[in-house]
Design a protein around this ligand. Structure first.
Ligand code: PMP
Length: 405
């Protein structure tokens, strides 16, 4: 069976939009995915039926909100195969999850410790560790990226040693689409007992994420990249680490007892969730993941592969187009530059034809420098994109190329 893309598209109201009389072709899914009607309904239902603060209430609405909010946590737990629901921490997104771990790490690092990141990080997964290492006087290493856009794994292995405290890498590169061998990379790091954080922002929406199988210590992702709302995300971490991880935000909910002089911390997950949580968005993310989980992941993967294969084929036939990133394992993002015109001009002119892509450095300036480009034009696919849209994209790009010549 193949993915019923037409039926999926029907569930996304925004895909019916027109831009200047052209049907919208939305190819900016690495930036954010669109939302199916059931997710929009879950949000509306929360705010029209049971909006209330969670956990502390003595009334019906608070009970209902708490039940739905904690049920969403269970949905996430099952989706990523986390051993325990207490390990699922609500955040505002990938950025906050990584910051939570990096802030704590800064307090745990010694000057002799080392941290390893890669040359293909989103800024959220590099600046955070730079700051942590600077604060502690520790050393930050980088795994270089090959011409194909893959990690140089020989260098990675050679960087690992007894001083390596933590390794952080992306599941999937947001600029190049490269799928990294995260399970193997984790195994290598574990030979030196290093902690492993996977930036799952781009990995989460493309299939089966099983944190126990990966073997990592932390996995962070954003709800808005997997058909959920913005402003909600998840940090999963092993209980034995999170239970003692230095807290980075203090306030309501995360405490157990408070005196005028001191305070003690609550149990997981609450000790890492200071303040009123984003209840409505958490519930809607639970709905997004319930919806996504009903799809057949093999069909999802086959469809995404077909989109990538057709795009690659058409790009190779396109005179004047340089692909940035030609990894063997690639999903979602497809970056390129043209011999004529700045990526920003390409984006602008495609928009005139109803096509939404992203241009610029994709929050990955070191990676752009590595490829000697100021930025790229990037189309990025989701399950609701069609082969016809990919073909339409290249027709429109031909026009753009002529206009820029
Ligand atoms: N890491 C990667 C690989 C990303 O693609 C993104 C979002 N573009 C982030 C981190 C940050 O995600 P957010 O802005 O949702 O926190």
């Amino acid at each position: 069976m193949s993915l019923d893309v037409a039926a999926i598209r029907e569930q996304f109201p925004i895909l019916k939009r027109e831009i200047d009389g052209n049907p919208l072709i939305y190819l900016d899914n690495a930036a954010t995915t669109q939302k199916p009607q059931c997710v929009i309904d879950a949000l509306v239902d929360y705010y029209t039926q049971c909006n209330s603060n969670v956990h502390r209430g003595a009334h019906r609405l608070a009970d209902e909100a708490t039940r739905k909010f904690e049920n969403a946590r269970d949905i996430i737990k099952d989706f990523i195969n986390a051993p325990k629901r207490e390990e699922v921490i609500w955040t505002s997104g990938t950025t906050e999850g990584i910051n939570m771990i990096a802030n704590g790490l800064a307090k745990l690092l010694k000057p002799t410790d080392e941290v390893i990141v890669t040359g293909m990080e989103h800024h959220a997964n590099i600046v955070t560790w730079q700051q942590a290492c600077k604060a502690a006087g520790a050393t930050l290493h980088n795994v270089p990226v090959t011409d194909k856009g893959e990690l140089d794994l020989d260098v990675y292995v050679s960087l690992l040693n007894e001083n390596t405290k933590l390794v952080a890498f992306p599941h999937v590169s947001n600029s190049l689409g490269t799928v990294n061998p995260i399970k193997w990379m984790t195994e290598q790091a574990k030979k030196f007992s290093a902690w492993v954080l996977v930036d799952g922002a781009q990995g989460i929406a493309h299939g089966n994420v099983d944190v126990q199988d990966i073997g990592c210590d932390f996995y962070a992702f954003s709800g808005h990249k997997i058909y959920g709302p913005m402003g909600i995300g998840v940090l999963w971490g092993k209980e034995e680490l999170l239970a003692d991880w230095p807290v980075w935000q203090t306030g309501g909910e995360m405490i157990s007892t408070v005196t005028l002089q001191d305070a003690t911390w609550n149990v997981l997950p609450y000790r890492l969730e200071a303040g009123t949580p984003n209840v409505g968005d958490a519930i809607a993310l639970g709905e997004a993941i319930r919806w996504f989980s009903e799809l057949d992941y093999a069909e999802v993967a086959a469809h995404e592969k077909a989109l990538m294969a057709r795009a690659t084929e058409l790009a190779k036939e396109f005179d004047g187009l340089r692909m940035i990133g030609e990894a063997e394992e690639k999903v979602g993002a497809f970056s390129f530059v043209l011999d004529q015109g700045h990526p920003a001009d390409i984006g602008f002119l495609l928009d005139r034809q109803g096509i939404a892509i992203r241009t610029g450095d994709h929050c990955a300036q070191p990676l752009m420098a590595r490829f000697g480009v100021p930025g790229t034009a990037r189309m990025s696919f989701s399950i609701y994109n069609t082969i016809e849209e990919v073909e339409q994209f290249f027709k429109a790009l031909k026009k753009v190329h002529m206009m820029l010549a």
